[in-house]
Design a protein around this ligand. Structure first.
Ligand SMILES: Cc1cc2nc3c(=O)[nH]c(=O)nc-3n(C[C@H](O)[C@H](O)[C@H](O)COP(=O)(O)OP(=O)(O)OC[C@H]3O[C@@H](n4cnc5c(N)ncnc54)[C@H](O)[C@@H]3O)c2cc1C
Length: 489
């Protein structure tokens, strides 16, 4: 008899969803391998904002998830716009420039609501996501579409709740235990894992193995190989442990690579953020109110349309755009008028402040003459009337390169503020190819018996960009599927 029915590699949202799902589907002995120490457990999930994007036709469908929402946000269920299957589909298609795999997208979107409900049933507590999913103007909150619910206590809470649930379901967890190699029998079936832990190297056998151990964002060597320069030097927003181990093991077992290997999720973060995520600060180094800023690189030039869309539809590519500027830095300039709109996360940083725009620019370590000219040109073409942060207001510049196509307001009200930012990598888009049952496909396009994958390891869903809040739901959807498939195998 095998040592375990199912071994799950990794201990983030996807892996723990898989482990709990495997138990639910009848696997008696489920083992989770976590490479990190207990203190550093939980992968990127711990650092996340805990935001969930899922499709729902009627906001009343949110009531079972957040029954107390109206205590804090009166009228919540009336104010939240519905987010249909078609809207999620259109957003995913748009931001990935049509490169999302339609079969995988169908699974993600079609099962998103049911899976979030399943998470709730398992014991994941949720609340309205005011910081990421809402814009507060005075005492009114405008909820964005699709991503309005998050885990209580964000990623820290989500990770803790998953570990508690796994323990209640008698899932065994081995910390500081790194999966090193997949064991295969003579027919190629995966029958276990060679692990390295505190007691040395061991072979563990299992009926099936689920890989949920993240992408390669934390390895500079892998980043250099697939993403190229300057990604090897990027700061990592989350865990240090996602170094491509699962992908390497899967390839060695014959898996076919899938998805955009040159692509990743990367966001604007504080230029002084640490090299890897901070367990306490988690995602609070993000700097995402740039649609209401003017962004300059250190040559004093604008380089992106800050107002292309709401930040949840551009932030995952904006980090890469910033990282590719000279020195990998940029400055977000604001005036006092928009300071009430700044995400609370800006409070973890210290802005440079001045009474005039000119004085502010002169305080920044960039090409001053060019920056003064860039700002003057922007001010000349920017407007005043019709500015509306609650919608894409089409208040735009004309004739700049690049133009700012929404929220192009003149910066007029002193004082003026600048925040220095860089691009931090979140996770990578390249992965393995999974079937609708979560099985990993081989280079011969046949499922590798006994091998399943979920979470960041699933390639093909995201390319170029990503709609905010999709990663955790994708992890849970494919984790639940993979765990169930592994239990049955
Ligand atoms: C700062 C930040 C904020 C984010 N905010 C959001 C958000 O609000 N909403 C959203 O949807 N997404 C968000 N994301 C993305 C989201 O966190 C990830 O997509 C998701 O957590 C990935 O889950 P996962 O289980 O695939 O990987 P992870 O949670 O990263 O888990 C991978 C696990 O594998 C382990 N591991 C790695 N190698 C091995 C090995 N060889 N052996 C054993 N274990 C191994 C790791 O230690 C870890 O436990 C955010 C990410 C970051 C970094």
């Amino acid at each position: 008899m095998a040592d375990y029915d199912v071994i799950v590699v990794g201990a983030g949202n996807a892996a723990l969803a898989a482990a709990v799902s495997a138990r639910e589907q009848g696997a008696a002995r489920v083992l989770v391998l976590e490479k990190a120490t207990e203190a550093l457990r939980g992968g990127n999930t711990h650092y996340s904002g805990g935001l969930f994007r899922f499709a729902f036709e009627n906001p009343e469908q949110l009531r079972p998830l957040v029954p107390d929402a109206e205590k804090e946000f009166p009228g919540f269920f009336a104010d939240v716009p519905p987010y249909s299957y078609d809207s999620f589909w259109a957003d995913l298609q748009r931001v990935t420039e049509g490169r999302t795999d339609p079969e995988l997208a169908k699974i993600l979107i079609g099962r998103s609501y049911d899976t979030v409900c399943w998470m709730k049933e398992q014991g994941i507590e949720m609340e309205p996501a005011i910081m990421l999913g809402g814009v507060r103007i005075g005492d009114k909150v405008k909820w964005t579409s699709g991503a309005v619910i998050r885990a209580v206590h964000e990623g820290v809470g989500l990770s803790r709740m998953w570990f508690d649930i796994a323990q209640q379901r008698e899932v065994e967890i081995q910390y500081r235990t790194r999966a090193h190699k997949l064991i295969q029998d003579g027919k190629g079936r995966v029958t276990g894992v060679t692990v390295q832990g505190p007691d040395g190297v061991r072979d563990l056998s299992a009926g099936a193995v689920v890989l949920g151990c993240g992408g390669f964002e934390s390895s500079p060597a892998w980043r250099a190989r697939y993403l190229g320069r300057p990604w090897d030097m990027a700061k990592v927003r989350g865990t240090a442990y996602n170094t491509g181990d699962g992908l390497r093991m899967a390839f060695e077992a014959g898996a076919v690579p899938y998805g955009q290997y040159t692509g990743c999720h990367s966001t604007p973060i504080d230029a002084d953020a640490p090299p890897f995520g901070d367990r306490e600060l988690t995602d609070k180094t993000n700097r995402l109110t740039y649609p209401h800023s003017v962004m300059l690189n250190n040559r004093g030039q604008r380089f992106a349309d800050e107002g292309e869309d709401f930040h949840l539809y551009t932030y995952a590519k904006m980090g890469g755009i910033i990282l590719n500027q000279p020195g990998g830095v940029a400055y977000q300039l604001f005036d006092e008028e928009v300071i009430p709109l700044l995400e609370p996360r800006y409070s973890t940083g210290t802005p440079i402040v001045a009474d005039t725009l000119e004085a502010l620019v002169k305080k920044l370590p960039l090409d001053t003459d060019q920056a003064l000219q860039t700002v003057a040109e922007y001010q000349e073409r920017a407007g005043r009337d019709g500015w509306d942060p609650m919608k894409k207001d089409a208040l735009r510049t004309k004739g700049l390169n690049p133009d700012k196509t929404n929220w192009a307001r003149k910066l007029e009200k002193p004082p003026f503020y600048a925040y220095a930012v860089t691009g931090g990598i979140t996770f990578t888009f390249g992965g393995v190819h999974v079937t609708e049952r979560g099985e990993v496909l081989s280079v011969g396009y046949e499922p590798i018996a006994g091998l399943y994958a979920c979470g960041e390891m699933v390639g093909g869903l995201f390319a170029y960009n990503y709609p905010g809040g999709s990663g955790l739901v994708s992890g849970a959807v494919f984790g639940k599927i993979a765990g169930a498939g592994a239990a049955k195998a």
